[in-house]
Design a protein around this ligand. Structure first.
Ligand SMILES: Cc1cc2nc3c(=O)[nH]c(=O)nc-3n(C[C@H](O)[C@H](O)[C@H](O)COP(=O)(O)O)c2cc1C
Length: 178
């Protein structure tokens, strides 16, 4: 069968489905969040990190948190199979850290090169809070999985947070209390 002619990029038009996806994404982006980096060690000892803004608190008793991971993510196997992971809540001075960990090095970082650990888990130094979590439950929904972790250790450092909204980063200290 003859393949359909290739569509040139300049002639391509968004389908109604793509347009509604873009509109939904834009509306969801109105929800301002903090920015975290999830870190874990894989079985070969490498440290893997990923910038994530889907982090949320789930329960105080027992202490549970959640985040969502794209099921097709290159790091799906690392983060879904890990027994423990850390959440570092980034400070407003850490925009470069957020950008860096949104682009993964394919093999992660060598364990010996990683400086900061808490409860045996790699963490991001200088963050405004850290949570060490034991892997708990995975819920597969749509194109993401929800990963629920039990908090076994945490630390708070009171640095103003980095904020994310509408695809842009904002400094937490520029927010006005109402
Ligand atoms: C501010 C921000 C928040 C993000 N939050 C998430 C998230 O909650 N879950 C997720 O799977 N990816 C999230 N990402 C995307 C990942 O950081 C990363 O770019 C992506 O996973 C890289 O592709 P890969 O998943 O194939 O490794 C976020 C990216 C940015 C910049």
């Amino acid at each position: 069968m003859t393949p359909p002619p290739a569509v040139k990029a300049k002639d391509a038009k968004a389908t109604p489905h793509q347009e509604s996806r873009i509109a939904l994404r834009s509306a969801l982006g109105r929800f301002a969040t903090g920015v975290t980096v999830i870190s874990a060690q894989s079985a070969d000892g490498h440290v893997h990190c990923m910038t994530v803004n889907s982090f949320a608190s789930l329960s105080l008793d027992p202490p549970l948190i959640l985040w969502t991971l794209r099921s097709q993510s290159a790091r799906y196997h690392t983060f879904s199979k890990t027994h423990a992971f850390s959440v570092s809540v980034l400070a407003e001075t850490q925009i470069d850290v957020a950008r860096k960990h949104a682009m993964p090095p394919p093999d992660g970082f060598a364990h010996r090169d990683w400086k900061a650990f808490l409860g045996g888990c790699p963490i991001i130094e200088g963050a405004s809070a850290h949570f060490i979590c034991k892997g708990h439950t995975e819920v597969d929904k749509g194109d993401h999985v929800i990963l629920i972790g039990e908090v076994t250790e945490f630390a708070e450092h009171h640095h103003p947070p980095l904020v994310f909204m509408g695809g842009k980063y904002y400094s937490g200290s520029s927010l006005k209390p109402l």
